[in-house]
Design a protein around this ligand. Sequence first.
Ligand code: HGY
Ligand code: MN
Ligand code: MN
Length: 412
Amino acid sequence: MPPRLSPSHLLGNLETLAAIGAIEGGGCARLALTDEDKVGRDLVVGWMKELGLSVTVDAIGNVIGLRAGRETGAPIMTGSHIDTVRTGGRYDGNYGVLAGLEVVRALNEAGIVTRRPIAVAFFTNEEGARFQPDMMGSLVYAGGIGLNEAYAATDKDGVAVGDELRRIGYLGPVTPGALKPRAFVELHIEQGPILDEEKVQIGVVESVQGISWTEYTVTGVSNHAGTTPMRLRRDAGYLASSVNLFARKLAWDMGGDQVATVGEMAFRPNLINVVPHRAVFTVDLRNTDDAQLKAAEVEVAAHIAEVATSEKVEVEAKVLARFEPVIFDSGLVGRVEHHAKALGRSTRRMPSGAGHDAQMMQRLCPTAMIFVPSVAGLSHNVKEHTEAADLIAGAEVLLNLMLELAEARGPR
Ligand code: HGY
Ligand code: MN
Ligand code: MN
């Protein structure tokens, strides 16, 4: 019998997982390697075992559930992440992992054993909200950074990745990337407004835009807000604030896909009547075109240098993440489109504005992504929402594509 997805099962699991780290407004907060992340991990690992998957944990905490095929060899892998940002929704990452498990459940129920093994993964710290860079687990998996570099990354309290992995019991024995997939498909919500505005059901993702994350530490001189004339100020907070205004105007002026965000900003001593002597802030620049992204980086750096001189403050820059745009495997992208259309879904080809584990997996094997609409394009927001019918439609495309890939002839 053909495998059939169970909407109630998938939607139910999404609700159950969303209850872990649930926050006001309907979202969930499970920052990477926190206690909440551990509880979420343990829940999903339990589901993997219930489905008969053999579960491995690697040395950066990536978890893979493997379903044997009729033959051995490289698996067809799907998956995403289950860590969230602090204002996380219930679908970002979680949906792709749980839809992958629903594909396995449907195959189990139908008694289907595919030619090739199938794997469902969740990768560590995709969000990069607590530890940078983002997509950390899949980056290590793809050989982009070494384990020691990842272990040494610290959060704002100086807590390190390696210690947190050990503390939550997810510093596993397996070498990251030891299991090289034959192909990787990630199902994800769009997190932007395009599909929802255009009323298109399935996004056929061709690429992921470039991303540039930098943290700046500005050192000025604290001084009295009332007695210090403007001409004598060395205001660290002023530089930080000016970059926010500059970067936003730059993105508007550049147009196209350029976006700029100053998401973090902290002043010291952060008091109403003291000119701040220290400011730490971040700049997130993205563009589908790497030359444009580089141009934006140059403009921002030039602005910072100019204001540092005029304000007589010191600036230290730390690159937190820098990934060039990634183009997905055109053949696999075509198969996403084929299966979506075969299911009668409207489709459109598009880039991804958000970073994803898939952009790292493309370094290892043919990779593609399937998007479903985000209502009003909201994400990284507790109101993140995707209609149930769209969630199921995306999972059906995933199921049919995974089946095709897992039965495909050709070398193992
Ligand atoms: O920042 C991103 O694009 C992703 O959510 N890590
Ligand atoms: Mn995500
Ligand atoms: Mn995200």
